[in-house]
Design a protein around this ligand. Structure first.
Ligand code: DX5
Ligand code: ZN
Length: 220
């Protein structure tokens, strides 16, 4: 299994984003970017102009998590800003067929996200459209929230579905991932691990990523 770690910029110091990128550059596999519109979730985070500014500062693929009510409105600007992958919530796009096709046509990879309370069957018909399934393991809206272990069976269902259909779909877990919780998410079947507070709010983010990787790869 190929494991990847995606630090979430939402937990970084917003007064110095460029430097924050250099604090993870050598260890991260992806950069997770949480867009929030103040509607789907109460907070407004950042949007395509910030992403475009960051694009020139790192070669990491941009994994954009759209916590917005109308994600299709932002597809072109996100592509132009340098996004590589866009993930949308099944709660906002109950039939993502058209969005997935538009994302592909724009040259982007496509992901589908489930909030903690959303059952697996909501995304089942659309798994084959998706490069990535994101199982949220904390309530969306902010970094630093507690891991919700009740989502582990949903990760297991996702892994069973993907493997039994011979798919290469990545399974990402997002929310509350730390050295204490990453192992359970891996055991359930996740292979991409978003980590906000546990990376950016540590004194040495690169070392924090290495420790997470040790846990995920069974050396911790
Ligand atoms: C929150 C975001 C997450 C968050 C992760 O709704 O989707 O990506 O920033 O941060 P941690 O790992 O601190 O929960
Ligand atoms: Zn996220």
């Amino acid at each position: 299994m190929r494991y990847q770690i995606a630090p979430s910029l939402l937990a970084a110091d917003f007064t110095r984003l460029g430097e924050e990128l250099t604090r993870i550059a050598d260890e991260a596999d992806l950069l997770h970017l949480d867009l929030m519109d103040g509607h789907f979730v109460p907070t407004i985070s950042f949007g395509p102009p910030v992403i475009a500014a960051l694009r020139s500062r790192t070669a990491l693929p941009f994994d954009c998590h759209l916590m917005v009510t109308n994600p299709a409105d932002h597809l072109d600007t996100l592509r132009d800003a340098g996004a590589d992958l866009v993930s949308v919530h099944i709660e906002t796009v109950p039939d993502p067929t058209t969005f997935a096709a538009s994302a592909r046509a724009a040259g982007l990879r496509f992901g589908l996200v489930l909030a903690p309370g959303t059952p697996w069957y909501a995304v089942e018909p659309f798994v084959e459209l998706s490069d990535l399934l994101v199982v949220m393991s904390a309530e969306p809206g902010a970094p630093g929230r507690s891991f919700v272990p009740e989502v582990l069976p949903k990760i297991e269902l996702a892994r069973k579905w993907v493997d039994s259909h011979g798919l290469a779909t990545d399974i990402e877990v997002d929310g509350g991932i730390t050295e204490a919780t990453a192992g359970a998410a891996r055991d359930a079947g996740a292979n991409v691990f978003v980590a906000g507070a546990s990376v950016f709010r540590s004194s040495d983010p690169q070392a924090a990523i290495r420790r997470l990787r040790d846990v995920i790869e069974g050396r911790g």
